[in-house]
Design a protein around this ligand. Structure first.
Ligand SMILES: [Zn+2]
Length: 145
């Protein structure tokens, strides 16, 4: 259910690509609850909807759009650290195999890396690369060389 009050014909504030200002615009087109095209009430120019000035940063513009269109997406990805701990739960580091590029590792295996510490293989990217979760984040390692 779209509960947003904004609809084609509504007036919204948008960055005008011609006036180079945030001005009142009229909504021309929407996809789901998201404004896609607007026209500037000042210069009548049509362009893509942009809630913030470009200099405010892509992040700010994205956050604004997200808030308007998808209020449910409040929490982003879980911190890497807790994901790693979940993967490691109930397992002991002494089961870890020492990492070497000549060895092959399967998803789910624990590995012991001389630099990064204990890691969990979370996936095989292709025949020579594996994704491994380490305490400080995810890395791509070579295997089976
Ligand atoms: Zn304009």
């Amino acid at each position: 259910m779209a509960t947003t009050k904004t609809k084609p014909g509504s007036t919204v504030d948008s960055w005008c690509t011609k006036c180079k200002l945030v001005l009142a615009h009229t909504v021309e087109a929407m996809v789901d609850a998201r404004i896609t095209r607007v026209h500037c009430n000042t210069c009548r120019g049509q362009h893509a909807y942009r809630p913030d000035a470009p200099r405010a940063g892509g992040k700010a513009a994205k956050a604004g759009e997200g808030r308007r269109s998808a209020p449910k997406k409040a929490v982003a990805a879980a911190p890497i650290r807790s994901e790693y701990e979940t993967l490691l739960r109930g397992r002991t580091a002494d089961k870890a195999r020492t990492y070497a590029t000549t060895e092959r590792f399967a998803p789910g295996e624990l590995i012991k890396h001389s630099t990064f510490g204990i890691g969990v293989v979370i996936g095989e990217r292709d025949s020579v690369k594996i994704d491994v979760a380490f305490p400080d984040g995810q890395r791509v390692l070579l295997h089976g060389r």
